[in-house]
Design a protein around this ligand. Structure first.
Ligand code: SAM
Length: 247
């Protein structure tokens, strides 16, 4: 087993691939008041598509979901067929850094817990061209909720994602990139603890027992466990900020 195989064996077997809740997805969606009935929606970095299917419940539009991990693409398409949604929910393999879409193709771009992969500023700037003139973008992104976080958690984030910003800095950047902020809120803690880490932690524990003599695999499991431990200890200081933006 390689590190990559172990990584995916964990992420393929949990419902969400990042922190989130259905209530937060629906809250962000409900802030959008002027979406056409037949809206064209793009879900970037969809994973297994929890938010994709939550959106499919509240819109009659067409959702294109993209991910660069083939298992997630196949999973989502099979689930769409099982729910008889294959005519308006489709997953495809694509790289969020080089999306194969036309300019002004979408009414709404959705990216829960994934814009960090291309970079917050990059995503805001590079994905705008795929939006219609009065289109919307919704993202959730890691943010500091308090100034002056303790050294231990500041050091952790500096190592894993030094581009993390405060919500004030993110709001300024969003406006500089030409969007109007329609709504913003913090993902509640249950989005991390109950909907995400509660599923991941038991898988880490059993993998730790299985791979305790394989230092590379044990190292990956430690990295994932540390992320959970840090959130449990310092989850007041940071989290995911949701932004609903209009182009
Ligand atoms: C943190 S997960 C979030 C998944 C999902 N939105 C959720 O909240 O459950 C990020 C997703 O982005 C995908 N991903 C990573 N790099 C990508 C890329 N370059 N292009 C497209 N998708 C990518 C991963 O496979 C993963 O499914």
């Amino acid at each position: 087993m390689t590190q990559e195989e172990l990584f995916y064996s964990i992420f393929e077997n949990i419902p969400r691939q990042g922190p989130g809740t259905k209530a937060s997805t629906l809250k962000a969606f409900s802030a959008i008041k002027t979406l056409p009935q037949d809206a064209q929606i793009l879900d970037i970095g969809c994973g297994k598509g929890v938010q994709t299917f939550d959106l499919a419940e509240v819109t009659n539009g067409t959702i294109t979901a993209v991910d660069n991990h083939p298992f997630f693409v196949d999973f989502l398409n099979q689930k769409a067929s099982g729910l008889n949604l294959q005519n308006r929910v489709t997953a495809m393999f694509a790289d969020m850094n080089d999306l194969p879409f036309a300019e002004k193709q979408f009414d709404l771009i959705w990216a829960e817990g994934s814009i960090f992969i291309t970079g917050f500023e990059n995503g805001l700037k590079n994905w705008a061209k795929f939006l219609k003139d009065d289109g919307y973008m919704v993202v959730s992104e890691a943010a500091w909720f308090h100034n002056n976080p303790p050294e231990e958690i500041a050091g952790f984030w500096n190592a894993v994602y030094p581009d993390i910003m405060s919500m004030e800095e993110q709001q300024k950047l969003i406006e500089t990139c030409g969007y109007q902020i329609i709504d913003l809120f913090q993902l509640p803690k249950e989005g991390w603890l109950d909907e995400y880490y509660a599923f991941m932690e038991p898988l880490l524990e059993s993998a730790r027992n299985e791979y305790c003599n394989e230092p590379e695999l044990a190292g990956l499991l430690n990295v994932l466990q540390t992320e959970i431990d840090m959130y449990k200890k310092y989850g007041d200081y940071y989290g995911y900020a949701f932004y609903v933006m209009k182009k």
